[in-house]
Design a protein around this ligand. Structure first.
Ligand SMILES: [Zn+2]
Length: 262
């Protein structure tokens, strides 16, 4: 199966950027292609079809070891690309789903730190990253207090406790300051895939299109037929809102460099 540009549902610019700077890497795309073949993912699942994915992976004989191996593959990918565990879900969605949905990724997360051999000797931390905001920290704290209340219940049930710990997601994330909006990020990604899609697919000798060609092609792909209701809406359109090719000639090489370095 040819890999298409991954759809990213995150509505926060910093989250969408962090995700894009992983999933657009040619090495990452190659890895996904290999793993889709390995796990026979010939058809992608909808973001809410988690249990269908699990059934597919475990097979009719309900072999849960296969699911563990699948998750281990995801972890290996994450470590290979030097990301923290809050990227596991991003990788899982990129691998098996039609979209990486909103919520698959967090920049601030709660973590239980258990370095002791005594089961109750746990420290709790809210992990912040350069992308964290005060609102996120407050919301994690609120969630943490709720979790503490639930602890009494969890403690009586090891399975429940483990599932609760699994839910604590976290992330670091590369900083990329040149995107002033979601529209700019989305447009840069579209250009990136138009320009390098063939190379990403493994055709190293593919001839690169010119900026003018891509501009023309993308404008024709505008879902609104380049006829937007307002000027502001058109400016946001990743397909036809580009004012000036020069700005993309500046941005695209920087995006490519960021993908190579982060
Ligand atoms: Zn448009």
């Amino acid at each position: 199966m040819e890999i298409e540009m991954f759809k990213i549902g995150a509505t926060s610019l910093k989250h969408r950027t962090s995700i894009a700077l992983l999933v657009d890497k040619p090495e990452f795309v190659k890895t996904i292609k290999r793993l889709r073949e390995k796990w026979n993912l010939t058809k992608l699942f909808q973001p809410d079809q988690d249990s269908e994915l699990m059934e597919h992976i475990c097979g009719p004989e309900k072999n849960y070891d296969r699911w563990d191996n699948f998750c281990a593959d995801i972890e290996t990918v994450r470590r290979c690309f030097n990301r923290t565990p809050n990227f596991d879900k991003v990788i899982k969605y990129a691998l098996a789903f039609t979209e990486i949905p909103e919520g698959a990724f967090r920049s601030t997360y709660f973590k239980a730190i258990d370095n002791s051999e005594y089961p109750d000797d746990i420290e709790y931390a809210i992990i912040v990253t350069p992308h964290s905001t005060p609102a996120e920290v407050t919301s994690e704290l609120k969630e943490f207090k709720q979790i503490m209340q639930d602890q009494i219940e969890y403690r009586s049930d090891k399975g429940k406790l483990e599932r609760a710990i699994e839910k604590y997601r976290y992330e670091p994330g590369p900083a990329y300051k040149d995107f002033d909006s979601l529209g700019t990020l989305d447009r840069t990604r579209l250009w990136y895939w138009e320009m390098y899609g063939e190379q990403i697919a493994g055709n190293a000798n593919a001839k690169l299109k010119s900026y003018e060609e891509i501009d023309k092609e993308l404008r024709l792909e505008c879902p609104k037929g380049q006829d937007h209701e307002t000027k502001a809406e058109q400016k946001k359109c990743p397909y036809c809102g580009l004012d000036d090719i020069n700005s993309m000639q500046h941005l695209l090489p920087k995006y490519k460099k960021a993908l190579e370095s982060q």
